[in-house]
Design a protein around this ligand. Structure first.
Ligand code: SAH
Length: 346
């Protein structure tokens, strides 16, 4: 049995064709799944023969909500994914309500193998990667709570390019105009800098937007903060990201979390400007460090402003991320699948 929410439209076209059915049924099925909130294959305008073949081949279940917390703008769900012998798995999904529409941040793995020093998610061991359907389901769960989703960030727990093909399929479903129907520019995949992943993303015909978690411009410091840098040094990461930006005529966001006394000096800002100044397509998103158990201290506002000014003076586009969800441990670097200290409001 295959999860229907893992299937891309082209995958379904193939499934219908192989059975001697019209592949155009795939688009109709997609519309029912993603635009009409189909709950059972029986509701489809297909023959009984087709419907029973679908029931025999595909499951159509969304994960259960194990816990839910929220504040005025943010909502976080803990979803239970039925597991194998080792028991059920859990992941978190975050909804942010913004003036221009809702944004959902989805997880791609149960745990994460990257081990970034400042990130809570990196403390969980990676148990497994999610399927495309388990990512699609996160969006659908939020929609069933009434969210009107305008953008998706693939920035929850996990490293997307450590789960490349499922993330690629998810993005295909999310950007399909018969599917979740979000523009490719409204879906952003964030990587810690896996260079072959960035290159393979570039090679896709219609890739979704790319963000790179940079956090340091020099190799020694970056390797200390992000072990993946020992395999893929920062210069190579920037070169691959620049190539993506050129090829697809897209801006690439570089995320930079401000860690007090670690990566937040004006000299380090200048170093960053020197590294990325060659391309106008980079755009730095300064992120205040969110509290977690990692021991890093957030930079002061003055220090952040000084960093910002150096980048601006060098002609670099830079914004500061508005943080949501700190109060409910739903902000960047806080997702952990651990609701034990939070009162569930379900
Ligand atoms: N593995 C991917 C996706 C996770 S995105 C990646 O690394 O890009 C989550 C973002 O939150 C990343 O940019 C990550 O570096 C950032 N982050 C991690 N810990 C943080 C913290 N304590 N405060 C603010 N941002 C943090």
């Amino acid at each position: 049995m295959t999860d229907i929410y893992s299937m891309t439209r082209s995958g379904l076209e193939k499934w219908f064709s192989e059975r001697g059915d019209n592949p155009a049924k795939a688009a109709i099925l997609f519309q029912w799944l993603y635009q009409r909130d189909l709950r059972s294959f029986d509701e489809l305008p297909f023959s009984d023969r087709v419907k029973s073949a679908m029931t025999d081949s595909f499951t159509m279940e969304l994960p259960e909500t194990a816990a839910r917390v929220g504040d005025e703008v943010t909502e976080k769900l803990l979803l239970r994914l039925p597991g194998g012998e080792s028991g059920d798995d859990h992941v978190e999904t975050v909804l942010m309500r913004q003036k221009y529409g809702d944004s959902v941040c989805i997880s791609t793995q149960v745990g994460c193998a990257m081990g970034c020093a400042f990130c809570q998610s990196g403390r969980l061991k990676k148990r497994r990667s999610l399927t495309a359907g388990e990512m699609t389901a996160q969006v659908l769960k939020m929609r069933r709570l009434g969210a009107e989703i305008h953008s998706i960030t693939v920035m929850g727990i996990g490293e997307p390019f450590d789960n490349f093909s499922a993330v690629r399929d998810f993005c295909e479903i999310a950007s399909d105009y018969n599917g979740l129907a979000l523009g490719e520019k409204h879906i952003t995949v964030s990587t810690c800098g896996i260079v072959p992943g960035i290159m393979a993303w570039s090679a896709l015909p219609h890739p979704c937007s790319l963000a790179v978690s940079l956090h340091a411009a020099d190799n020694d410091l970056r390797s200390m903060l992000m072990p993946i840098n020992r395999r893929y040094p920062v210069g190579n990461v920037i070169a691959a990201a620049a190539e993506f930006a050129e090829l697809h005529n897209r801006r690439v966001t570089l995320e930079y979390v401000m860690l007090s006394g670690v990566n937040d000096s004006p000299e380090q800002a200048q170093q960053l400007a020197n590294l990325i100044g060659f391309s106008k397509r980079f755009y730095v998103n300064i992120i205040p460090c969110n509290g977690n158990d990692s021991g890093f201290i957030p930079s002061t506002r003055d220090r952040i402003m000084a960093f910002y000014d150096v980048l601006k003076k060098n002609g670099i586009s830079v914004t500061m991320r508005r943080e949501f969800g700190g109060g409910i441990s739903a902000a960047c670097g806080q997702l952990s699948s651990d609701f034990s200290d939070q009162k569930s409001r379900l």
